[in-house]
Design a protein around this ligand. Structure first.
Ligand code: BYC
Ligand code: FE
Ligand code: FE
Length: 483
């Protein structure tokens, strides 16, 4: 049995899956590797290929000490295949096969379903790197630049994680899917990425922080439910990915928090008490809170779309099959089969938003979304604590789940952020009160000037409380040597 905590660096591809004795898969991955490096150079971070970045690399999968930090040029980063240790005698924790031993090979009847979920998961990872590729040039500090690149290389590794599953367990069509993952491109007309949010732009650093907070958090929730899978290699892969994901949400949440702190401190110093006096606040060269609320509205609602439809047979089938479970499935106190239970969801009935009980199996996506909303709301509460402490009277809010939706039942209507249904004309008149306008975007863009001196921060964002890896404030997180 392979139960390797330590990562082997004896092949070109670091791994803890015994690749050096799995010649077929090693060969397939080595064949895929050059295409990946070309993708990184063409569509990964623009420039900075020669720069030395202070990055963490996994050396083990032990949650207590898995990473080591060092300077590395990004194209030389050691992307690897890392699975959480195998759990002895693990059983399928839900669905029709509840209690049976987990699968170490793909069960034939669920092959197509599994492949689809792995491909969708894999597709989002490089997509996010593509969306963020121009941000390095406007980093508000070397600390932030390093965090961006850390997130980027790890999303690259998450692509490797899914490609490994495809190459090892899905034969020829797995190989084809692995190649397609490098062919589709965020925002492309001919071959876009698969899910809506991953074809949107990430035009500035506030968007990046919001994305890392809200969209990476969808990643966390989806990985949590795939980590429950009865297909053990998928479960183990996702369990290690979740370990890395915590840093992405940290970058997002503290990033937005630092923007908020900077704004509130500047307002206090200037004696501005009305947060809605946007012109006065912008005079200070910081981002006004109402604009931050608009960015929140946008990224939160794009992320809600990633949970799929309110009622979904795909989700019900995946649960029944034992392929995709619920958030913290094993901690839930029920029969884990949901044959006779119901789940309350919000839906649209004759033009009215109502609460309705549906069979719990068809409401699986909404259960996960509800868990997500709770998790995300905690982050917003912590932002509000910063605002309150600095004595500014404004509360950031997550919008109603029917607001600004493109997937599911609510995509048929327009609502206010409070969830009041409004007409198309009212929406046209008012949407820029709630979502970023071109002018908002241009104002934020005007602030996006790089600050590359170690220890210095752009004027619109507060310094972090602590450095990465306990480094001092003026640590040179990126040694820029540009090609
Ligand atoms: N855009 O039955 P439904 C991450 C399609 S993020 C476009 O409700 P289902 C990361 C759907 O495919 C996590 N199309 O769908 C974050 C279906 O099409 P078909 C990524 C959409 O399957 C930051 C149809 O509508 N991982 O890791 O229950 C940085 C009917 O919908 C969308 C996963 O998502 C959409 N938003 O739920 C880096 C996990 N939503 O079958 C990385 C794997 C739905 O009729 N994916 N459709 O052709 C899944 O579990 C599910 O596919 C979804 C959708 C939850 C995404
Ligand atoms: Fe990821
Ligand atoms: Fe992530």
């Amino acid at each position: 049995m392979t139960n390797l905590m330590n990562v082997s660096y004896d092949t070109q591809i670091p791994n803890n899956v015994g690749l050096s004795s799995d010649k077929r898969v090693l060969k397939a991955l080595e064949k895929w590797h050059p295409g990946y490096i070309n993708w990184w150079k063409d569509l990964g971070p623009n420039g900075f290929h020669e720069s030395q970045v202070y990055l963490r690399t996994a050396v083990s999968v032990d949650p207590k000490g898995w990473a080591k930090f060092d300077y590395v040029k990004m194209p030389e980063y050691r992307w690897g295949i890392l699975l959480a240790p195998q759990v002895e005698d693990r059983r399928i924790p839900f669905g029709e096969h509840l209690g049976e031993p987990v699968w170490q090979e793909v069960p034939g009847e669920y092959r197509a379903m599994l492949r689809r979920l792995i491909v969708i998961q894999g597709d989002t990872e490089p997509a996010s790197v593509e969306q963020q590729r121009f941000l390095g040039a406007t980093a508000p500090s070397l600390y932030d630049m390093r965090n961006l690149f850390q997130v980027n290389v790890e999303e690259g590794r998450h692509l490797w994680a899914m490609v490994y599953l495809l190459q090892k367990y899905f034969g020829r069509d797995g190989r084809e899917e692995a190649n397609e993952l490098l062919r589709r491109q965020s925002g492309s007309d001919e071959a876009p990425r698969m899910l809506g949010a991953f074809n949107e732009e990430t035009p500035d650093w506030l968007s990046f922080f919001m994305f890392a907070c809200f969209t990476d958090r969808d990643g966390k929730m989806q990985l949590e439910s795939l980590a429950q899978s009865g297909f053990d290699p998928l479960s183990r892969t996702c369990r290690f990915m979740i370990t890395e994901e915590a840093h992405h949400m940290f970058v997002g949440e503290t990033g937005v928090g630092r923007v908020i702190r900077c704004t509130c401190e500047a307002m206090k110093e200037a004696g501005i008490t009305d947060p809605y006096d946007i012109n006065a606040v912008r005079e200070l060269g910081v981002i006004d809170l109402p604009t931050i609320q608009k960015k929140l509205n946008l990224h939160y609602t794009l992320s809600l779309d990633l949970f799929g439809s309110e009622v979904s047979t795909n989700a019900a089938n995946a649960f029944n099959a034992g392929i995709k479970g619920r958030f913290r499935e094993t901690k839930i106190d029920d029969d884990h089969q949901l044959k006779n239970s119901t789940y309350p969801i919000m839906r649209l009935r004759d033009g009215v938003i109502v609460n309705e009980d549906v069979p719990a199996l068809s409401g699986i996506n909404m259960r996960l979304r509800d868990d997500y909303v709770r998790d995300a709301s905690g982050g917003v509460r912590r932002w509000n604590a910063i605002i309150e402490k600095l004595g500014i009277e404004l509360e950031l809010k997550v919008p109603h789940q029917a607001f600004h939706r493109q997937i599911g039942e609510f995509s048929a209507v327009h609502t206010t952020p409070e969830g009041l249904i409004i007409s198309d004309d009212q929406w046209k008149d008012r949407q820029l009160e709630w979502l970023p306008s071109k002018e908002d975007g241009e104002y934020i863009k005007s602030l996006m000037k790089p600050e590359l001196e170690p220890g210095k921060y752009a004027g619109w964002i507060a310094p972090p409380r602590m450095g990465i890896d306990n480094k001092p404030g003026d640590f040179e997180y990126v040694q820029i040597q540009d090609s």
